[in-house]
Write a protein that binds this ligand. Structure first.
Ligand SMILES: N[C@@H](CCC(=O)N[C@@H](CS)C(=O)NCC(=O)O)C(=O)O
Length: 223
């Protein structure tokens, strides 16, 4: 019955695709995973979503969800077993505001820190300062209860972690030396989780016309 499953166009290392896959696994929402080569995007992806970014989720009725946050919300609104949408502190709107800053302010700084050769020295200097202040603020937010919005993992934790992971991987030795114990622990707990392992499985690139592997059907502990 795989041909009736939603199709998820994905790229393993993409932080946006990672957050979408986390929510799909958490919700137990089975889909057909189509691993995309971003340098040779399949026509079926471009037909569904001409903007050509991943993730894209094409539902069985043809509805296309083409933003990672919308994929998360779609999955969790269908099944949210650990109340990622209803944190013990703050509201869904508070989480969405933080995610918006992550996807704008921090993502821009992250790209500049990751690829300094593509930007001028001044822009890189500013980006490093922006990233540092953002990450220090997250560390302070985590100090109280271990998660961004209370005692349990939430939508915001899962939407932001893939981006903090990218930053940490720029220079792992330097990351380990930063004075952000809550942030470092929060990231590591997630990397050590069964949910991370499930979301980060490796799949061969999808061949158009074939049926990709089923993904997301099996729920695992988030941490
Ligand atoms: N706003 C989009 C951003 C997705 C995005 O930019 N994905 C990157 C990969 S990490 C992409 O597909 N880039 C297209 C390309 O590299 O050609 C979302 O939240 O889904």
């Amino acid at each position: 019955m795989t041909d009736h499953l939603p199709a998820l166009y994905s790229f393993r290392r993409c932080p946006y695709a990672i957050r979408a896959r986390l929510a799909l696994v958490q919700a137990g929402l089975a889909c057909e995973l189509r691993e995309v080569n971003l340098r040779a995007k399949p026509q079926a992806l471009l037909d569904a979503s001409p903007k050509g970014t991943v993730p894209v989720l094409v539902l069985a009725d043809g509805v296309v969800i083409e933003q990672s946050l919308d994929v998360m919300l779609h999955a969790l609104r269908s099944h949210d077993p650990d109340a990622w949408l209803a944190p013990t502190q703050g509201s869904l709107d508070d989480m969405l505001a933080l995610i918006e800053r992550n996807d704008g302010f921090f993502k821009q700084a992250l790209d500049r820190c990751k690829y300094p050769e593509r930007y001028g020295a001044e822009a890189v200097h500013q980006a490093r300062a922006d990233a540092t202040s953002w990450l220090a603020a997250l560390d302070a937010q985590l100090a109280g209860s271990g998660y961004l919005f209370g005692r349990n993992p939430s939508l915001a934790d899962m939407a932001l972690r893939p981006f903090v992971r990218q930053f940490a991987r720029i220079d792992e030795a330097q990351w380990a030396e930063q004075p952000w114990p809550h942030l470092q622990d929060w990231l590591q707990r997630w990397i050590d989780s069964a949910l991370f392992a499930e979301a980060m499985q490796t799949y061969p690139a999808w061949t158009p016309g074939s049926t990709g592997p089923t993904f997301g059907a099996c729920r695992v502990a988030s941490e």
